[in-house]
Design a protein around this ligand. Sequence first.
Ligand code: LLP
Length: 427
Amino acid sequence: MWKIQTPLKNINGKLFFANVSASKLASKFGTPLFVTDSERIISNYNNLYSAFSSHYDKFKINYAVKANNNLSVLKLFNSLGSGADCSCPEEIFLAKKIGFSSKDILYTGNYNSDDQLSYALKQKIMINVDSSSILPRLLKIGTPNTISFRINPGIGSGSHSVLVFGGKNTKFGMSKKDAVAAYRLAKKSGVKKFGIHMMTGSSILDSSYFKKATSKLIDIAVEIVEECKISLDFINIGGGFGIPYKPPEKPLDMKKVGSDIGKIFNGRKSSRILDKPWLYVEPGRYLVADSTILLTNVHSIKKGPINYVGIDAGMNTLLRPALYDAYHHVVNASRLNSRSNESVNICGQICENTDILAKNRKIGNVKEGDLLAILNVGAYGFSMSSQYNTRPRAAEVMINKKYSKIIRQRETINDLIKGQKVVTWFK
Ligand code: LLP
């Protein structure tokens, strides 16, 4: 078995996750089932925190809620001392509900409506503005205490072309020139505290990229500080830290990332101009992706030129393979020791040809009734799932060595019709 998820164990050919039997979880809670190990989230958080804070002490993690918005996951981050990076009022609502205080919530939207800006203003949270046309509209509604601007530093990276958010061909961020005008206007309008932000891509495993992008942002920050005569309270270098999904990918060298970025922040250029700003990051994937597996049952196997293994999870449950051709490792939780040369495509039950969760895989001598585990689904797994093809969404369970608890009920047929009204005027 590919040893990337440390809580996974093979005991007599059966899969155990954080010491809990996968088959017991499946029979107790049903499938498809997202199972999240809380300990793994804690250790990811601590790894990231120590990698940066040992080089630069004014360091803060703001968990990107969009990766996994389960309330228990948010509660866990809140208890660890994390802030929350929110992309919309609904995520701000969740963060507040679970106990994040206003000062720990960042709002990075894009192409925001007046209603969204007004909601964020009322919550007294930090607002990160993505384009200069938004600022005058925001200032008409009210003056935030703290504002930051999302810069496009001219470069980007990501595991898939659509996961690159910086450089050319992206709808995100603003140029330095636009940012200078925006900081000036904000200052004139009475904004007291400033930050600067970038988010240039997702799922990046190359540690040197973060150094390169951060140097660019610092150069821009220094110029803005000089030109606008402001000081920066924080510099937010975004998220984007990758995890290994596909063998033989190696984990991101987070210690190196932390030390490189610490050096830049402690370096002569930054410390000469910048008055020791906070260093913010806002990762989603790095913190939660490998905390979660998706348990799913094999219902039907079709043999042919291509062998199809049909499971009860599909692109409605896990969209990443269909949308980004993303790789998720799959193991046969019922027979880990079984070996077969036969390759299979693992597919869901959705009426789409893109409904393939894994292509060309060897998962032993797989049989109908087997339990499979799809790995590394904690980030953008449940949060991107849908009810497409009239399917209730899966359940979520959180476990550690002692407990296993439902943290989101499986949807029922009633959830599928919730809120609908049947009109009959065409009778
Ligand atoms: N901050 C902002 C402003 C973002 O837009 C994102 C992600 C993050 C932080 C967190 O990025 P991370 O650390 O997770 O890379 N659905 C895709 C990922 C899209 C990321 C969107 N923005 C996937 O399944 O891979």
